[in-house]
Design a protein around this ligand. Structure first.
Ligand code: PXP
Length: 243
């Protein structure tokens, strides 16, 4: 059986990181998003962090107005972010844990421990027809918590897999595959992402239950050398070949 098409969501946060390093108007993350979509990205992902260190409110407004492909808004579980999501109504909203001092999203959301905080957010986002996703570790307890919360989508954190090597990496890949199978068995759509590169994407992309990968930092960095369109096309080709 061939696995269904695996969507590629290109995360353009770090185009905004470079822009914000100088307080200039360029490089423009919306321009990068349009180019990525033209090159084969199925969607665009952007994380509006509480401290606005990369993507800004104006970027989200422009992405919402200009994108020809679905926008996936990554957001912390706060009232402020919920209000922004409900105002812009992106296609999808991925709830992520957020700590001010971290460099990137470290670890997954504690969907089990934070049930009471997350339940009303999942409900409100669902009622607004936004595909809610929870960014969680590939852990059966977290999948079960996502089922209890009624989340239609989970995104499995691949950060640990990407950092490990050898047998430890193989074991973590198995954890991701098992979590994907458990989520799919429970009717949840499964995405994955964090830390993926040309070198480590293929075994993840081969997991048949996965419907979407969200990839950012590597693609934007690699674009410095080869240009964004060729880099997106190469990632797409690797993902397609893995299915
Ligand atoms: N998915 C989620 C939920 C994330 O928070 C991030 C990082 O913003 C990514 C995917 C993309 O990770 P990376 O930039 O390492 O490819």
């Amino acid at each position: 059986m061939t696995a269904p098409h695996l969507r590629l969501g290109v995360n353009i946060d770090h185009v905004a990181t470079v822009r914000n390093a100088r307080g200039s108007g360029y490089p423009d993350p919306v321009r990068a998003a349009l180019l990525a979509a033209q090159a084969g990205a199925d969607g665009i992902t952007a994380h509006l962090r509480e401290d606005r260190r990369h993507i800004t409110d104006d970027d989200i407004a422009r992405l919402s107005a200009e994108l020809p492909v679905p926008l996936n808004l990554e957001m912390a579980a706060t009232e402020e972010m919920l209000g922004i999501a409900l105002r812009h109504k992106p296609h999808a909203a991925c709830i992520v844990p957020e700590k001010r001092e971290e460099r990137t999203t470290e670890g997954g959301l504690d969907a089990r421990g934070q049930h009471n905080l997350l339940a009303p957010m999942v409900t409100q986002l669902r009622n607004a027809n936004i595909r809610v996703s929870l960014f969680i570790e590939p852990d059966p307890a977290q999948i079960e918590a996502a089922v209890r919360l009624g989340a239609p989508v989970v995104e499995l954190h691949t950060g640990r897999y990407c950092e490990l090597e050898g047998e430890a990496q193989t074991a973590e890949l198995r954890r991701i595959a098992d979590a994907a199978a458990l989520a799919a068995k429970n009717g949840i759509e499964v995405h994955a992402g964090h830390g993926l590169t040309f070198d480590n994407v293929v075994p993840v992309a081969a997991i048949p239950q996965l419907a979407e990968l969200n990839i950012g930092h590597f693609l934007i960095g690699e674009a410095i050398f080869d240009g964004l369109a060729p880099v997106v096309k190469r990632m797409r080709a690797l993902m397609d070949a893995a299915r």
